[in-house]
Design a protein around this ligand. Structure first.
Ligand SMILES: *[C@@H]1O[C@H](CO)[C@@H](O)[C@H](O)[C@H]1NC(C)=O
Ligand SMILES: *[C@@H]1O[C@H](CO)[C@@H](O)[C@H](O)[C@H]1NC(C)=O
Ligand SMILES: *[C@@H]1O[C@H](CO)[C@@H](O)[C@H](O)[C@H]1NC(C)=O
Ligand SMILES: *[C@@H]1O[C@H](CO)[C@@H](O)[C@H](O)[C@H]1NC(C)=O
Ligand SMILES: *[C@@H]1O[C@H](CO)[C@@H](O)[C@H](O)[C@H]1NC(C)=O
Ligand SMILES: *[C@@H]1O[C@H](CO)[C@@H](O)[C@H](O)[C@H]1NC(C)=O
Ligand SMILES: *[C@@H]1O[C@H](CO)[C@@H](O)[C@H](O)[C@H]1NC(C)=O
Ligand SMILES: *[C@@H]1O[C@H](CO)[C@@H](O)[C@H](O)[C@H]1NC(C)=O
Ligand SMILES: *[C@@H]1O[C@H](CO)[C@@H](O)[C@H](O)[C@H]1NC(C)=O
Ligand SMILES: *[C@@H]1O[C@H](CO)[C@@H](O)[C@H](O)[C@H]1NC(C)=O
Ligand SMILES: *[C@@H]1O[C@H](CO)[C@@H](O)[C@H](O)[C@H]1NC(C)=O
Ligand SMILES: *[C@@H]1O[C@H](CO)[C@@H](O)[C@H](O)[C@H]1NC(C)=O
Length: 839
């Protein structure tokens, strides 16, 4: 399996190893926390006092240290004592509550961690301490205390993701017995208590002569360019994690750390675009990641002697097929990830030599031709990802015949067609099926019926012109996401969402847009209670908007019903969706007025991204939404999109003032209705607004001057209304100078229209003056400050496009460290790594 499993295995091995090597060597019968009646030691009084003083320096809101009172300290939680001397040897205060995967998850705030702005130096009285773990707590903003360097007996020190900032104290270099040092950021995790550390000189590391594991992920080493030279003084090093350190990786004349088994060194800059030949001397390597390092060129025989290599991650570099071909000689590999490279031409037939492969990831390259027959002989494969290439050929039963272990298959976005008989019983049970934009139809694939473990299914744009069979609704597992958009699926949704909903009850995302579904929405849909993403756009559904959408689907975050035949009014029941962040009802026959209770969409009142769960959906749902008149697709950045579109209906009445409270909105599109009255004066409250389209209504009165203070506004259309008076100017409106956005309003005057206003009606220069911070687009400080205030301008637009320009992502990552793109690239790449390698 992929990284996660491998890491899991390493982690458990590591724990065992730690137990043996860190705690046992001096024959410590290791006293576990909890009273042990067979022993009769007591803690040393001074140590007990030191612990209490340490406790008092912490904030412990969740009462994790409640056992730290009275009695003897060996029975306290997190403490381990030497069984004969009674001395404290272990202090494990790791926050064991699993942190959520991504930064926008609100559960962070309920994480029961210890916090503190100060760590008591009384710890140095624990002179026999060997094991100290404070990871995943919140020492928000303090430096790693220098006194830790006095804990001379330490074997294991873990301060990862605990909110430490600033320069790493060189005093840590005094810990000459240290075997494991982890002060980095958890790989794949972007959490608010992540460390934000810098080391300008890694010289201190060279003094840690017993070190076996060094974990410095995301520590800023841009000023420590001799960094790896220091590491080269550590011949006993086994594990080295230096991801995203800004490190330049040099050429060594001689490598010392030849015992290295795991080298994770992605997201850095090598000072040469080819793989340094010294890597070839690390013949004991099992796990190597060079992810996103701008490497390319020929590798010659670098990998030839790496006969132990198990897991190779070269994602996001520029390697070509000749490199893949030489890697095919590394027959020990079980996981090979070369997605997002420059692989061209055919997949080399030598791939068949990698007979131990359980995971092969060649997605997002430029591979063409057919898949070589040798690949279909890789009988251990559990994950095969080749999506996003130009591979051709007709895939049939016999191709898959030997892939009995396959769990995850993504062949989307290629030129394949799938031709299997309707009685095909595949040898595998897939959990993840990615077959988007593959020709599968015209019949609905009957073999899906045999797949009892489906969690995610993508068969968008697969040329299926059929009704969805009834059995589909009773797929055996509880799938989390289904995408069948862009087919010619027909009939009523009733056909598969019937009173016996089967196992779809756990669906989180259902995308059926661009099909030919007709009839009404089946009432049984209200049982899809966990649904967060419902996309039924561009069908022929003729119904009123049912009350149960608001009343029962209370987790909904994305609701897109555009371009159907929904009619009747928009009822107040819809307002019961506090998490809703995208509402698209455009192009229907809706009438009546816009409910005032839209103010109840509280997610839209926030500028923070929502929480769309993508932890179990490595199938990224795709949202299509108009922005600036262009239909964009959003995927990984989905949680940040906030939008209302009611365009192209028969809505009447005024624009409710209450909508101006939805200050997180980026798009408000009410065009092509019969709305009248004035544009609400306080429209300037919508500070995140990028697109405002009120065209083709019957709006009257002046354009509110506050409009000019929406600095993020990049697309405005007020044409064909009954607006009058001077067009406000200044600030952002200065840049929106296309006269067509105002045309068709007889009463408007002033720039950019040609008719100037009468003297007494000169345009107002209104709105607040742009201050220093007015344009904070590329101000990244909030990111480091802990993801506090919300997103600013520009994120969504750029990233919306970025998702589809894979090659740009890495380029951008290189040159815009300080922009939002960086965040999304990080999130994208990191989560993709995790999600892809789930077990
Ligand atoms: C308890 O203490 C006594 C006297 O110091 C000693 O002889 C004995 O071995 C101890 N028992 C254990 C289980 O350590
Ligand atoms: C260590 O213990 C001694 C004796 O209890 C005490 O006087 C001293 O203050 C302690 N040191 C620290 C740094 O707490
Ligand atoms: C960490 O602590 C700081 C300061 O006490 C606080 O502002 C912040 O919200 C905390 N972060 C988390 C994730 O608990
Ligand atoms: C340090 O702690 C983190 C978080 O608890 C954990 O994931 C990591 O494996 C630990 N590092 C080592 C070297 O044990
Ligand atoms: C520990 O390291 C610091 C900085 O590297 C050094 O100045 C100090 O003398 C060392 N202390 C001891 C007790 O070795
Ligand atoms: C290799 O390590 C030894 C110490 O173990 C050191 O003396 C030597 O300088 C190192 N070689 C290089 C090239 O750093
Ligand atoms: C790699 O190993 C070869 C021989 O095994 C040796 O000659 C060469 O110097 C080593 N290269 C480095 C960079 O250590
Ligand atoms: C793979 O190994 C064979 C011998 O085992 C050798 O002839 C061939 O050149 C190697 N291919 C590559 C691309 O390194
Ligand atoms: C496959 O790609 C290679 C390199 O880009 C190109 O030369 C070749 O013509 C392509 N073959 C086909 C069948 O498209
Ligand atoms: C809107 O929210 C308010 C306050 O939470 C609540 O009283 C009201 O019933 C809600 N309106 C609708 C239509 O759900
Ligand atoms: C992620 O998925 C697991 C398993 O389905 C679930 O228990 C957990 O709550 C999910 N995490 C988030 C943040 O939704
Ligand atoms: C508003 O929505 C309509 C219909 O979806 C679309 O045609 C138009 O381009 C949108 N306006 C903007 C500015 O995106």
């Amino acid at each position: 399996m992929g990284h996660l499993n491998f890491l899991d295995a390493t982690t458990s091995l590591l724990s065992l190893f730690l137990f043996i090597t860190v705690l046992v060597p001096s024959q410590i019968p290791f006293g576990h926390s909890g009273p042990d009646r067979s022993s009769n030691f007591t803690c040393i009084e001074s140590e007990q006092q030191a612990l209490l003083r340490f406790r008092d320096s912490l904030t412990d809101e969740s009462n994790r240290l409640s056992s730290w009172t009275g009695g003897d300290c060996y029975s306290w939680k997190g403490i381990g004592c030497h069984r004969t001397t009674g001395r404290v040897v272990k202090l494990d205060l790791r926050n064991t509550v699993q942190p959520a995967l991504h930064i926008f998850d609100p559960s962070y705030h309920s994480t029961p961690c210890l916090a503190g702005q100060y760590l008591s130096p009384s710890l140095v009285n624990l002179t026999n301490l060997r094991y100290l773990d404070l990871s995943l707590n919140n020492f928000s903003g303090i430096q790693i205390p220098t006194f830790l360097g006095l804990l001379k007996d330490l074997r294991y020190l873990n301060l990862s993701d605990a909110g430490f900032v600033g320069e790493v104290p060189h005093h840590l270099g005094n810990l000459s017995h240290l075997r494991y040092l982890d002060i980095g950021v958890l790989s794949g995790n972007i959490i608010p208590t992540h460390n934000n550390l810098i080391s300008k000189d890694l010289g201190w590391v060279a003094r840690l002569s017993s070190l076996e594991g060094l974990f410095l992920n995301e520590i800023d080493l841009t000023k420590a360019q001799d960094g790896l030279l220091a590491v080269n003084m550590l011949p006993s090093l086994i594990t080295l994690h230096l991801e995203s350190c800004g490190l330049i990786v040099p050429h060594f004349l001689q490598v010392n750390f030849t015992s290295l088994s795991s080298l994770i060194i992605g997201f850095n800059q090598f000072n040469h675009p080819t793989i340094p030949p010294w890597l070839g001397n690390l013949t004991g390597l099992q796990d190597l990641s060079l992810r996103a390092n701008y490497l390319g060129g020929k590798v010659h025989d670098t990998f030839r002697q790496m006969t132990s290599l198990v897991d190779l991650d070269l994602v996001g570099n520029s390697f070509d097929t000749s490199t893949l071909r030489s890697i095919c000689n590394v027959s020990s590999l079980t996981s090979l990830d070369m997605s997002d490279n420059q692989l061209q031409g055919s997949i080399p037939s030598e791939i068949g030599r990698l007979w131990k492969l359980t995971g092969l990831y060649l997605d997002s390259n430029m591979l063409n031709g057919t898949i070589p027959s040798s690949l279909w002989e890789l009988t251990q494969l559990q994950a095969l990802f080749v999506q996003g290439n130009s591979l051709t050929g007709e895939l049939s039963e016999h191709h898959f015949a030997k892939l009995k272990e396959l769990k995850r298959l993504d062949i989307s976005d290629n030129l394949f067609s799938l031709h299997v008989s309707s009685s095909w019983v595949p040898p595998f049970q897939l959990q993840y099926i990615g077959m988007g934009s593959i020709k599968i139809g015209p019949r609905f694939p009957n073999w899906l019926r045999t797949q009892k473990e489906i969690e995610q299914l993508n068969m968008a744009n697969a040329g299926i012109s059929d009704a969805i069979p009834g059995w589909f609704g009773v797929l055996s597992n509880d799938p989390g996401g289904i995408i069948l958009s862009g087919n010619k699926l027909e009939g009523s949704l009733n056909s598969f969402i019937s009173g016996s909903l089967g196992n779809l009850g756990e669906l989180i995302s259902l995308q059926l847009s661009k099909n030919r579904f007709d009839g009404k929405l089946p009432p049984s849909m209200q049982n899809l209670k966990r649904l967060q993403f419902l996309d039924l756009g561009e069908n022929r559904i003729a119904d009123t908007i049912p009350a149960w959408i608001g009343e029962r689907l209370s987790d909904l975050e994305f609701l897109t019903l555009q371009t159907n035949n929904f009619h009747g009014g928009i009822s107040n029941t819809l307002c019961q969706l506090p998490h809703l962040q995208v509402l698209n009802l455009a192009h229907n026959d809706l009438s009546g007025s816009i409910p005032h209770c839209f103010k109840n969409f509280t997610a839209m009142e926030s500028t923070k991204p929502g929480t769309f769960e993508f932890n179990n959906s490595y199938l990224d749902p795709v949202l299509r939404n108009f922005k600036a008149g262009i239909e964009l697709e959003y995927s990984k950045n989905l949680p940040s999109v906030k939008s209302i579109s009611l365009s192209g209906n028969h809505l009447v009445g005024e624009i409710p003032d209450e909508i101006m409270g939805l200050v997180g909105l980026q798009t408000l599109n009410l065009s092509k209705n019969h709305l009248n009255g004035r544009i609400p004066k306080n429209i300037g409250n919508l500070k995140q607004l990028e697109t405002l389209d009120l065209s083709m209504n019957e709006l009257r009165g002046e354009i509110p001057p506050s409009l000019s203070s929406i600095y993020s506004l990049s697309s405005l259309n007020l044409s064909y209304n009954k607006l009058s008076g001077p067009i406000p100017s200044g600030n952002q409106l200065q840049t929106l100078n296309d006269p067509s956005i105002y045309e068709g309003n007889i009463g408007l005057c002033g720039k950019p229209l040609l008719n100037s206003c009468p003297a007494d009606e000169s345009p107002t220069e209104n709105g607040p003056v742009l201050d220093d911070k007015g344009h904070s687009e590329f101000d990244f400080s909030w990111f480091y400050a802990g993801f506090g205030p919300g997103f600013s301008v520009g994120v969504v637009g750029v990233v919306g496009i970025l998702q589809f320009k894979q090659s740009w992502r890495y380029a951008l990552f290189k040159c815009v460290e300080n922009a939002y793109d960086g965040i999304w690239v990080m999130i994208g790449l990191k989560t993709s790594r995790l999600r892809r390698n789930f077990h």
